[in-house]
Ligand binder design. Structure first.
Ligand code: CA
Ligand code: CA
Ligand code: CA
Length: 220
């Protein structure tokens, strides 16, 4: 296992960067030591693992897609997709109180709900063993790209934390982990005015560590 990962890493990267020196989508050198991570450092399981993701709500003007990146292959897999910016149409330009509302944490902030803005709010993803991943949130505003942010701080502008984990690997199989994104809103407001409300895209993860589809096709 170790050898294979090392081979692939050298194939993709040539030289292995330290974690803090990674550039976008370069694979990470992770030893297959049975390590499990589910936090801002990496998403890593020592065994093949199916994890469920449930969209809770969103509160941001962007139209966003949440997904996962395989850091060995660079492959991006979208998991939870907003098909419109919010449940109700709100004009960013016309709503002069938007910034104040957002900064005060008022919840009428482009709310998106399951079954509406995100029509398919429950998905599962199968993580390969000993393979590092990270999460991403990719956004558009009126059809224009509004950037992509990552669960690994080192991949974000200024190495900012854009995803807050409530819980970690140790709670994944029991209470689960809640993910709170802040999408920065930097296309809408000056960087100094970014709200950092960490409610722009909220996901509940886990509670289902063992693969439910492993054995027979149990109909769920
Ligand atoms: Ca949104
Ligand atoms: Ca925000
Ligand atoms: Ca927000």
């Amino acid at each position: 296992m170790l050898g294979e990962i090392g081979f692939r890493t050298s194939l993709f990267l040539g030289a292995v960067a330290s974690l803090s020196a990674l550039v976008l989508l370069n694979p990470i050198s992770v030893k297959a030591t049975g390590e499990n991570l589910f936090d801002n450092r990496s998403i890593l399981f020592d065994a093949e693992t199916i994890v469920e993701f449930e969209f809770i709500e969103s509160n941001g003007a962007y139209q966003s897609t949440f997904g996962v990146v395989n850091l060995q292959t660079g492959e991006k897999t979208p998991l939870l997709v907003e098909v419109k910016p919010a449940d109700r149409v709100q004009s960013v330009e016309a709503e002069s109180t938007y910034q104040d509302n957002a900064r005060q944490g008022i919840s009428n902030d482009f709310r998106g709900t399951p079954g509406n803005t995100v029509p398919q709010p429950l998905v599962a993803f199968q993580f390969q063993a000993n393979t590092p991943y990270m999460f991403y949130l990719e956004s558009t505003l009126n059809g224009r790209p509004a950037g992509i942010l990552y669960s690994m701080n080192s991949q974000n502008p200024g190495e900012n934390k854009q995803l807050r984990f409530e819980g970690d690997f140790s709670t994944l199989g029991t209470g689960g982990v809640a993910l709170y994104w802040d999408d920065t809103g930097s296309l809408l407001v000056d960087p100094e005015l970014e709200d950092q409300d960490f409610d722009d895209f909220i996901i509940q993860v886990g509670g289902n560590l063992d693969c439910p589809f492993d054995n027979e096709e149990s109909s769920q």
